[in-house]
Ligand binder design. Sequence first.
Ligand code: GLP
Length: 277
Amino acid sequence: MEVIIFSGADQVAEYAADIVGQMLAHKPDCVLGLATGSTPVAMYRCLAQRYRDGALSFARATTFNLDEYLGLDSDNSHSYRSYMRRELFDHVDLESERTHLPECAPGEDPRAVGPAYESLINKCGGIDLQILGIGRNGHIGFNEPSSSLASRTRVKTLARRTVSDNHRLFDSPAEQPGMAITMGVATIMDAHRVLLLATGEHKAEAVRAAVEGSISAMHPASVLQAHRRVRVLVDEAAASRLTLVEYYRRVHTQAEWIAGEFSVSGVCDPWFQDGDG
Ligand code: GLP
């Protein structure tokens, strides 16, 4: 895994926005996998600013969000659809018909949403770049500990810890859903590239277990160790429990040197040079 350590959360956001910008430049009709939560907010602000500056365009892109609460109307201010509108969709030139979340319409069988979402992702050619945050219990999307590593988009019951971590975002406990529809672990693993963002001391243990722990369904993010192209972007605080910090820094410096020496014209990052996806 490539672990890149930044001085602060702003630097993580800028770098993540650089990668999304390069993805859009390399493949304007790319498929982006998007995440919610507090962590990617700063990245979305950078992207909106860069769009206003004319530095990038989402006009031909398609997006698939990781997850959506079950039992909230998409217009509810706490839905992830509303979050995405607030943080990104309303500020850039994405076509709304090409923005997807695993939403369950009133009266629809929630068990039917996952297979349809998977088919749509496949029909669009798969996810070129997946953005991820990480829960304090190691969840990615809403794949809670014990999620099958082979799981696909489906209904998940939220862990108590996840519900309590997200209390602050709801006005009352009665409003907070206990279930969601989330991409599965295997759906995430199928993405061609993955960027995991984590900032703050409260994520340090989850990051350590994901990067340096054993691969286990009890810490779903750890399965990313088996992904070919994943970058873990962390600030100093989130990196504070990693044991190989010095090594990760050296790897990054040397990779940047090689990229600088042997870059292919017009393509800035080796991630985008070798074709597949
Ligand atoms: C939520 C989301 C995840 C997100 C995680 C961390 O439960 N479903 O996709 O990564 O929480 O959120 P935050 O960035 O707010 O810590």
